[in-house]
Design a protein around this ligand. Structure first.
Ligand code: UD1
Length: 335
């Protein structure tokens, strides 16, 4: 008999989603995942119920409504999205259709099925090229690629759904996410500094630094790397805040939070941490900067600390060591 209230997580079979699923299950919440498995892996989910369909498809609202009813869903965490910047530049229509289309279907299903709590996954990509100082949520949103544009338009839709449908939401702008909370939940994609540098290290290749003449302390790019477990915990804090609001009643609201550590780390610092974790010390190769790469993107994470009591607690070294261990686990484990 299904009677307990569930949290629905779209994209729950993905790298970040699976961490949220496992944390919620560990604390006893019931969870149902919707994922088209285009990049997700059902092996990450254990016995968590999985409903497989494309959220941007024509029948997605009906399928979502059926899932919401069957599992007594009261809140949704929407992560399912395409997230590769380069691909978004080559295929902007696909990004707008899939990222905005699937969110529109989620919002419509919430309105039709009476779901009033949504956590929406956004990105620091909405800021584009910030000034260099820690970026607050009130900074200008000027994305420089279609991926960031779709995340920003999504924020607007979520905000507009508050007065229209009574949808209470928290939007989380992720900074640079890496690491693993469990060895089997590491990021299998080789798309960002940590995963690219690990991949090169295991192949016996020196990591590559994209530019060492930025106006930063050591000349290499500075980012705010947040451990995926800290990020997952930010989703639980957001859900709990929405639940508390729900119990208290009051007007529907839409709040945006940066999710970062508030501390920048340079490419060289990340690579030094990886050398420590792997025991392989390479002199990095210096290549020219990538076009459009900002010198420094660091979160001001004070709003989420003040409102939700969430702060990151894990260090850069813990993050890199966990990513390295997860990679080792994957290379020992048959596919
Ligand atoms: C990433 C995301 C972006 C998101 C942002 C914050 C990609 C392509 N971009 O951007 O959508 O908004 O995080 O969430 O996923 N670097 C090297 N050598 C490498 C790889 C990277 O020096 O082999 C440098 C980059 O120049 C940059 C830093 O490492 O300074 C981080 O790069 P990356 O991991 O690609 O993330 P972002 O570009 O910050």
């Amino acid at each position: 008999m299904l009677c307990d209230v569930s949290v629905l997580i779209t994209g729950g079979a993905g790298y970040i989603g699976a961490h949220i699923v496992r944390l919620l299950r560990e604390r006893g919440d019931d969870v149902v995942v919707v994922d088209d498995l285009s990049s997700g892996d059902p092996a990450r989910l254990g016995d968590t119920p999985l409903v497989t369909f494309d959220l941007a498809a024509a029948d997605a609202v009906d399928r979502l409504r059926a899932t919401i009813e069957r599992y007594s869903v009261e809140s949704i965490i929407h992560l399912a999205a395409r997230k590769q910047v380069g691909e978004s530049v080559a295929h902007p229509a696909m990004y707008f259709r899939d990222n905005i289309g699937s969110l529109a279907n989620v919002v419509e299903a919430c309105a039709l099925a009476g779901v009033t709590r949504l956590v929406y996954s956004s990105s620091a990509a909405v800021y584009g090229i910030p000034s260099g100082a820690p970026v607050t949520e009130d900074a200008a949103t000027e994305p420089i690629n279609p991926y960031g544009e779709t995340k920003l338009v999504g924020e607007w839709l979520v905000r507009d759904a508050a007065p229209a449908h009574g949808l209470r939401s928290v939007t989380l702008r992720y900074f640079n996410v890496a690491g693993a909370g469990w060895d089997d939940l590491g990021d299998p994609n080789v798309q960002n500094l940590v995963t690219i540098a690990i991949d090169r290290t295991v192949r016996g290749l020196a990591p590559v630094v994209f530019g060492d003449s930025f106006d930063t302390p050591d000349g290499t790019g500075v980012r705010d790397y947040v451990h995926v477990m800290d990020l997952a915990e930010a989703h639980l804090a957001s859900l709990d805040a929405l639940d508390a609001l729900g119990a208290a009643g009051g007007p529907a609201d839409a709040t945006v939070y940066n999710v970062g550590t508030g501390q920048g780390a340079s490419v060289r610092e990340v690579l030094a941490s990886l050398a420590g974790a792997s025991g392989e010390a390479f002199d990095p190769i210096v290549d020219p900067p990538r076009p459009g790469d900002p010198p420094s993107v660091v979160a001001d994470a004070s709003r989420i600390a003040a409102d939700l009591g969430w702060r990151s607690s894990r260090t850069l070294d813990e993050m890199v060591v966990s990513a390295w261990r997860a990679h080792e686990w994957r290379s020992r484990t048959p596919a």
